[in-house]
Write a protein that binds this ligand. Structure first.
Ligand code: PRT
Ligand code: MG
Length: 219
C-alpha cells in the first residue's frame, strides 16, 4: 500500500491532474466527505487528508509514504524541527499552488523609515522561523508574534506593524488596505517522500515520481 498525504483546498485540487497522469483517480471529494482516508481506483494507493502544515510530519514519521506540501510549510517545518528532518526527500518541485512569501504593512505605515531608523518592528506571522531569518539577514530588529491564521488583521488592529504572509493575487492585501513591501521568496509545492518508504517500495514510488514529473509544465 502507498499512502499519499494531501491537504484540502488548492493542494488537493492541483494534485488531482498529476495523479491522473499516473492513472490514479480519487473516488471521493474531500469537501463533501467526512472520511480522512480516501481510496483511489488503484487498490494499493490511498490518500490521507491532513492539515497543510501537518504533511511534513506525517511523511517524516511514516504516517504517509509521500505527500505534497508548500515550500513555506517545508522550510518552516525544517527550521522549527527537533533534530534534522533527514527522513524527508524532496525529489520534485510540482510547480503548483504558487505564491510568494512577503512582508506587508498598513498602507499608511512608513516601513522604509522604520527600517532606516533601526526601530524595533513588531511582526506577526504563521512563519516565525522564516520571518526571524529574513529580518536577521537584513539586520532589522523584530519582535515576532506567532499567529495561526488571518495575519492580515494584525496590522489593522495594532497587534503588529508588519506581517509575513503568502500573497498570490494581492487581492487580500488590497481589500484590507495593506501594502506588500518586500518579497522574501517564491513558493510552490513539492513532492516529499519518506526515506524508508523509498527503499522499501522503490519501484511503485519511482513510477509515481516519474508520472508526476512527466505531467509538469516544461519550463
Ligand atoms: O487553511 P489551513 O489553515 O488549514 O491551512 P493552510 O492555509 O496552510 O492551507 P491552504 O490550503 O490555504 O494552503 C496550502 C498551501 O498553498 C500553502 O502552504 C502555500 O504553499 C500554498 N498557497 C498558494 C497559498 C496561497 N497560494 C495563498 N494565496 N496559501 C495561502 N494563501 C492565502 C494567503 O495566506 C492569504 O491569506 O491566500 C491569501 C492571499 O491570497 P491573494 O490571492 O489574495 O493574494
Ligand atoms: Mg488557508
Amino acid at each position: 500500500m502507498i499512502t499519499l498525504a494531501l491537504s484540502k483546498g488548492r493542494i488537493f485540487e492541483e494534485t488531482l491532474p498529476l495523479l491522473a497522469a499516473a492513472g490514479i483517480t480519487v473516488g471521493e471529494d474531500p469537501d463533501k466527505s467526512r472520511k480522512l482516508i480516501l481510496p483511489t481506483n488503484q487498490p494499493d494507493v490511498r490518500i490521507v487528508m491532513v492539515r497543510a502544515s501537518d504533511v511534513p510530519t506525517y511523511v517524516e514519521h511514516g504516517g504517509a509514504d509521500l505527500g505534497v506540501a508548500g515550500r513555506d510549510v517545508l522550510l518552516e517545518h525544517a527550521a522549527g524541527g527537533v533534530g534534522a528532518s533527514s527522513g524527508l526527500y524532496q525529489p520534485l518541485d510540482l510547480k503548483i499552488a504558487r505564491c510568494r512569501l512577503s512582508v506587508a504593512v498598513r498602507e499608511d505605515f512608513d516601513y522604509a523609515r522604520a527600517v532606516r531608523q533601526g526601530s524595533r518592528i513588531r511582526v506577526a506571522s504563521k512563519y516565525v522561523h522564516l520571518a526571524r531569518q529574513h529580518f536577521a539577514d537584513k539586520g532589522v530588529h523584530v519582535d515576532l508574534i506567532k499567529l495561526y491564521g488571518s495575519m492580515e488583521l494584525a496590522p489593522l488592529t495594532g497587534l503588529a506593524d508588519a506581517i509575513v504572509d503568502l500573497v498570490s493575487t494581492g487581492g487580500t492585501l488590497r481589500a484590507n488596505h495593506l501594502r506588500e513591501v518586500e518579497k522574501i521568496m517564491d513558493i510552490s509545492s513539492r513532492l516529499v517522500v519518506n526515506a524508508a518508504a523509498l527503499k522499501l517500495q522503490r519501484e511503485p514510488i519511482r513510477r509515481l515520481i516519474e508520472a508526476f514529473a512527466s505531467a509538469l509544465p516544461q519550463d
